[in-house]
Design a protein around this ligand. Structure first.
Ligand code: NDP
Length: 477
């Protein structure tokens, strides 16, 4: 029998859909699952694509079914199971075979796994896959990290299955070892910030303007035709229109306001902090999800503290505020994306990856959860100036910040006066205002540090005197 071009282990939600996508694009694929019953069910559901799929009962059978050097996608529960699976697979593989972890791995584990195979003749790819079940089935965005040689082996298959934006595949090789999983992590961090800001805007429409879910859906539908056009805005509209079959009320109104999280947002924030790069939008979004989970405490606190008086609500020009909200969301997004790209630029230096910023923006334009028209604008900005210090100082984005930050200020003021929390939007404004101010206030912090800890400071006149006269000469001028 003709050998498969690629193998896949793990026929869960993502693995099954990815396998069907691979087969549908004309590639032969061998599949293996720890529990064989899942493989049998998968083959029953595969329909006519089953002709291109080789179901395998044992690892030996599976390995023999793939053309060497064998690319093997491992799409199983992240963490220890991946290490266990690699150990089981290793004795059956030959020189240049490639183990590909396509789950949501921490990139530090990916670097460790990559290094652990260095002397074995085997290679490792850490592959970030975004787009959920639907993306896996019909075209995900794929972020690849590993050796360039191993990428060449898998490029044709991955290019065939990736989402396409204007015909360009949303997959590329981004660098060595953990580069792909790092970029996927930051993708998810940005996704957290994007979702949080959309939720904050929803909160203002719901609580500040007393609009119903369906009225808010109409607003998002309109925005989705403009500069905010994106998958997240599109699904937000759909979510807001959905009716609960039990109560008949809007589904969104029947959902408990506690957000779950699996860790990638937190990892993004931690890595940004490790490198000393501000990612305040992602941090605010992670913190907001954490705070949302303290439901009991929030309900108790509302009874004790009450909600602030409704501020400006009575006098507000509703249409103008809705226009401002659209601009504010765009401004907030610019802040969060600028920060995410700045974190990747720093990581690129720290881990020696040479991450290609225009390529990253390009492969996020379709297939993934944060796909949007906006990413095409980021692609253009980074293509013109790949080494720019920050997205917000590129000519196109500087203009966008200047055009939208007035609306962001008005929205934040309105929300603050009415007691509506907007931590992610406010973080963007704080970031813009701090980033563009040549003379900030850290001089005072340096003075305080020198006062209590003799930490020293640099002087504005460059003079070689690095401590203040704290013990003497206070306020003598
Ligand atoms: P599922 O829970 O649907 O499937 C889990 C799979 O892992 C099953 O095939 C299961 O096999 C296998 N598995 C679990 N433990 C082991 C083990 N110790 N050894 C071997 N196989 C094991 O998961 P998903 O498909 O949703 O997710 C898979 C990966 O993809 C995860 O890393 C996830 O974070 C990532 N991911 C998920 C996305 C999503 O939207 N769901 C999006 C992007 C990435 P068995 O049938 O024998 O139990």
């Amino acid at each position: 029998m003709e050998q498969a071009e690629i193998g896949l282990i793990g026929l869960g939600v993502m693995g099954a859909n990815l396998s069907l996508n691979i087969a549908e694009k004309g590639n032969r694929i061998a599949v293996f699952n720890r529990t064989y019953a899942a493989t049998e069910q998968f083959m029953k559901d595969a329909g006519e694509l089953a002709d291109r799929i080789i179901p395998c009962k044992t690892i030996e059978e599976f390995v023999a079914a793939i053309r060497p050097p064998r690319p093997i996608i491992i799409m199983i529960k992240a963490g220890d199971p991946v290490d266990q699976q690699m150990e089981l697979l290793k004795p059956h593989l030959e020189k240049n075979d490639i183990m590909i972890d396509a789950g949501n791995a921490n990139f530090r584990d990916t670097i460790r796994r990559f290094d652990s195979l260095k002397d074995s003749g085997l290679t490792f790819i850490g592959m970030g896959v975004s787009g959920g079940e639907e993306g896996a089935r019909h075209g995900p965005s794929i972020m690849v990290g590993g050796t360039e040689e191993s990428w060449k082996r898998v490029e044709p298959v991955l290019t065939s299955i990736a989402a396409k934006f204007n015909g360009e595949p949303c997959v590329d090789w981004l660098g060595n070892d953990g580069a792909g999983h790092f970029v996927k992590t930051i993708h998810n961090g940005i996704e957290y910030a994007d979702m949080q800001m959309i939720a904050e805007i929803y909160g203002i429409l719901r609580d500040g303007l007393n609009m119903s879910a369906v009225e808010i859906a109409d607003v998002f539908a309109k925005w989705n035709k403009g500069r905010l056009n994106s998958y997240l805005i599109e699904i937000t509209e759909k979510v807001l229109r959905a009716k609960d079959p039990i109560s008949g009320r809007p589904m969104v109104d029947m959902i408990v306001d506690k957000a779950g999280q699996k860790g990638t947002g937190k990892w993004s924030a931690i890595e940004a902090q490790n490198m000393g790069v501000p990612a305040t939008g992602i941090e605010a979004a992670v913190a907001a999800r954490s705070l949302s989970s303290f439901k009991d405490q929030r309900e108790a606190a509302e009874k004790i503290l009450g909600l602030p008086a409704s501020g400006d609500h009575g006098n507000v020009d509703r249409d103008k505020l809705i226009d401002d909200l659209e601009q504010a969301l765009l401004a907030g997004k610019i802040g969060a994306y600028a920060q995410g790209f700045a974190v990747m630029a720093e990581a690129s230096k720290e881990f020696g990856w040479s991450l290609p910023m225009p390529t990253i923006a390009k492969i996020w334009r379709a297939g993934c959860i944060i796909r949007s028209q906006f990413l095409d604008e980021i692609t253009s900005a980074f293509t013109k100036d790949p080494d720019v210090a920050n997205l917000i100082v590129t000519p196109a984005f500087a203009d966008m910040v200047k055009d939208t930050d007035g609306a962001l200020r008005r929205v934040i003021s309105f929300a603050a006066l009415g007691g509506m929390p907007v931590p992610a939007l406010a973080s963007a404004l704080g970031y813009f205002d701090a980033y563009r101010r040549g003379r900030g206030t850290a001089n005072l912090i340096q003075a305080q540090r020198d006062f209590f800890g003799a930490h020293g400071f640099d002087r504005t006149d460059g003079a070689d005197k690095h401590h203040g006269p704290w013990g003497s000469g206070l306020a003598d001028f």
